[in-house]
Structure formats: structure tokens, C-alpha cells
Write a protein that binds this ligand. Structure first.
Ligand code: ADP
Ligand code: MG
Length: 271
């Protein structure tokens, strides 16, 4: 199999968009699985109380499972919560349980409420897990969980669904990213925009695609993820689409997207 370059520096990527259903989780788990399949060590942090990333990676996330919730509370280390995905030995997940649902409120009164994930993701802790890539799957809000992800990351990957109102609300997200950059994490930047659920039969999909490319230029991956039933079926089997149907268009497009990300590197430069 093809191998992809190990990044010169570990890449920590927050996958964010406060809209629900745009493909954050799907893109997180499938890009992570694609990189792992190509020999890279990948850590996925499930930061959504729904635990959909944990499900897709075949990782247990019933209440009582050591999870990102206890990590945020500072009770355990990421190594204590890390579970190897059924999808690849190179892929490790910090699951989210339903306990995380209360944390947006609980965090408000805690000390260092914005930097708790960053503290847990120390160089030492990530060296221990030998992670080349860390992906943080954010919940569909701009609350403290997403802020924790933006503070802990160097890069933001924004999935945009090729649908009506695709760009709506993005201003708010970009504003928040700028605020976090100005006050908490100077090295943060949007490195990657990924167009998802593209339906080639509709004119609308092409309109959205060109609008997004016009707006964000080279930040947008050339690879576009097609709308595909296989992609949506895979999590029901506790799988990524790469395992569920490796030859499908969905699987191939996520492999392409992962390759593009890896080859472009953290600065989003096109080769
Ligand atoms: P988010 O994490 O942003 O809320 P998800 O990744 O969970 O979004 O995707 C929302 C829904 O759309 C899920 O049911 C998912 O299976 C489905 N979906 C995501 N990407 C695709 C795709 N390329 N083709 C078909 N369905 C998709
Ligand atoms: Mg999600």
C-alpha cells in the first residue's frame, strides 16, 4: 500500500462547524481511518456527547467507560481513556459518553475552563500515544467544548455541506476562531475546507461548490465527498466506510481527501 508522509510536527486538527449534520463526524472518522490505513498513527478525540465518532470507530462508549469527560475534569489522562479502534491498530479513540452532555454547563464554573483539553493533550501525553495526527470531533455548537478544541488545536478543518445555506453561520465560526487566536491560541488557523455530501445531479451542488471555492480559495480540498448511501450506512455497523465498503466512491474520496491533507501539510500549501 501507498504510504503518506509523517508530518514534520504532529498535527492537531479540530473538525468544527456549529451546524449539525454537515459531515463533521463522518469526515473525522473516515479521514482518520484513511491516514491510519496508510501507516500513520492517529488519535481521534470524540468531543460530542452523542458519541457518534466512538460508534463509527467501534469503540465502547456506554456511561462508565473512561472517556473524554473524565479527561476534561482532570481525573484521568488521555492514555487512561484511549481505546484502540476496531478499524485499525494505528487508530486510537478517546470516546465520548453521555456524561459529556452536562459538561458545557459544568465547565462554566471551572478554573481554566477553556484550556482543559489543551492541558490533557500535553506533548508528553501525545508522545506516549505516538500520535502523528490528532483529530477532535466537535459538537454542533460554539460552546465551551468547541472552544476547548480550538484552544488545543493548531488547525481547523471545516466541513461544508453542498446544500442550501451552506455558508450561513460560517461567519460566526470564523469569528470565534479569530477570538480564540487573539486571546488563547495564536497559532490557530483554518487549514482545510472540505465539501461534503455533494450530489452531482443537482445544479445547487455546483453552485455551492463554486461559491465556497470563490470564498476560501486554496483552503478548499480539490477532493469533494459525494453523497453516498454506503457512507451513511457504515456507522450502523460500527465501521468507517473504508472498512465497510473499501471500493465505494465514498471510501475512495475519503482516501483522496486524507492524501491531499497529508501532502499539503499543515500550512495548507498546495504542492
Ligand atoms: P455532523 O457530525 O456534522 O453532525 P455527520 O457526519 O454525523 O454530521 O453527518 C450527518 C448525517 O449525514 C449522518 O447521518 C451521516 O451518516 C450522513 N452523511 C455524512 N456524510 C455523508 C455522505 N457523504 N453521504 C451520505 N450521507 C452522509
Ligand atoms: Mg457529529
Amino acid at each position: 500500500t501507498e504510504t503518506l508522509p509523517v508530518p514534520a510536527q504532529r498535527r492537531v486538527v479540530a473538525v468544527a462547524n456549529q451546524k449539525g449534520g454537515v459531515g463533521k463526524t463522518t469526515s473525522t472518522v473516515n479521514i482518520a481511518a484513511a491516514l491510519a490505513l496508510r501507516g500513520l498513527k492517529v488519535l481521534v478525540i470524540d468531543l460530542d456527547p452523542q458519541g457518534n465518532a466512538s460508534t463509527a470507530l467501534g469503540v465502547d462508549h456506554h456511561s462508565n467507560t473512561p472517556s473524554v469527560y473524565e479527561v476534561l475534569l482532570g481525573e484521568i489522562s488521555i492514555a487512561d481513556a484511549a481505546a484502540v479502534s476496531t478499524q485499525s491498530d494505528n487508530l486510537v479513540c478517546i470516546p465520548a459518553t453521555i456524561d459529556l452532555a452536562g459538561s458545557e454547563i459544568e465547565l462554566v464554573s471551572m478554573a481554566a475552563r477553556e484550556t482543559r483539553l489543551k492541558e490533557a493533550l500535553s506533548t508528553e501525553a501525545l508522545d506516549h500515544l505516538q500520535a502523528d495526527y490528532v483529530f477532535i470531533d466537535c459538537p454542533p455548537s460554539l460552546g465551551l467544548l468547541t472552544v476547548n478544541a480550538l484552544v488545543a488545536a493548531q488547525e481547523v478543518l471545516i466541513p461544508i455541506q453542498c446544500e442550501y445555506y451552506a455558508l450561513e453561520g460560517l461567519g460566526q465560526l470564523l469569528n470565534n476562531i479569530e477570538l480564540v487566536k487573539a486571546h488563547l491560541n495564536p497559532s490557530l488557523r483554518v487549514s482545510t475546507i472540505l465539501l461534503t455530501m455533494y450530489d452531482g445531479r443537482t445544479k445547487l451542488a455546483d453552485q455551492v461548490t463554486s461559491e465556497v471555492r470563490g470564498h476560501f480559495g486554496d483552503l478548499v480540498l480539490r477532493t469533494v465527498i459525494p453523497r453516498s448511501v454506503k457512507v451513511s450506512e457504515a456507522p450502523g455497523y460500527g465501521q468507517t466506510v473504508l472498512a465497510y465498503d473499501p471500493g465505494s466512491r465514498g471510501a475512495m474520496s475519503y482516501l483522496d481527501a486524507a492524501r491531499e491533507m497529508a501532502v499539503r501539510g499543515a500550512n495548507g500549501e498546495t504542492g
